[in-house]
Design a protein around this ligand. Sequence first.
Ligand SMILES: NC(=O)c1ccc[n+]([C@@H]2O[C@H](COP(=O)([O-])OP(=O)(O)OC[C@H]3O[C@@H](n4cnc5c(N)ncnc54)[C@H](O)[C@@H]3O)[C@@H](O)[C@H]2O)c1
Length: 263
Amino acid sequence: MATLAGKVAIVTGAAQGIGRGIAQALAQAGAAVMLADVNADAGTATAAELAAQGGESRYRHADVTQEADVRALVDATVAHYGRLDIIVNNAGIVAVQTVEESSVDDWDQVMAVNVRSIFLTTKYALPFLRAAGGGAILNIASVSSFVGQQGTPAYCASKGAVLMLTKALALDYGRERVRVNCLCPGITDTPMLRFHARHEADPDAHLQHRLQRVPSGAMLYPEDMGKAAVFLCSDDAAGITGTSLVVDGGYIACAEFFAGSPG
Ligand SMILES: NC(=O)c1ccc[n+]([C@@H]2O[C@H](COP(=O)([O-])OP(=O)(O)OC[C@H]3O[C@@H](n4cnc5c(N)ncnc54)[C@H](O)[C@@H]3O)[C@@H](O)[C@H]2O)c1
């Protein structure tokens, strides 16, 4: 497995779900990890768990939509650990609302958490990434960066924006050895997924139905995203920037999929 020994990382939305899985994998690969979230109870519990596993991590409360919070998060990370090499922009929310059901504030909040946050972390981290001689920015996008999903227009729009922002940032900072990529999860078992499924009459049946349309047929877990994130943030991926890694069990490879043997 790739090593991140000596590297310092910030993971946003690290208290639970995919962010927690990525933070855990980064710490196990040797990085010191600053966990940022708005859920202080879960965030401090995750930091304690990582420490018990021998990892180096701390929790810092930061709302990634707020410029002052993000700036303070970056400054506090460098003040404590002395450098910054990796940003994982994972914090995200989904609104299960059609356009007609959404207020302007609903729309703006999804775009602020999922997209503005990447603008802010990149803006304030770049001077420190440069000072470290380069670095890695990993944005957690989605299969919704490529294909639409019913009932979540703001989310789909935001994840499409994450994909293109990733490419634009990779162009602007490639010569400074700052690599920018995105990781696009498929159906991954997290509190967000369960929240989404609760809008259905039978959440478990709904999830099983969705998995029927996945070629692998398997649920993904935060650990799967953690392994991919370690690779993309490590020097093993030195030649990779401005692209996306889809970790979805084949979900978006097909227009239609019927379980069973071909023909
Ligand atoms: N679970 C999936 O199936 C799936 C699929 C594709 C993409 N994703 C993406 O993966 C990322 C993580 O999703 P998840 O399923 O783990 O979600 P989750 O809701 O389980 O966890 C998200 C975390 O982000 C935090 N957060 C929310 N708003 C924040 C803010 N303003 N500032 C700081 N932290 C904030 C939450 O407190 C929470 O700890 C998201 O970007 C999501 O869009 C998830």
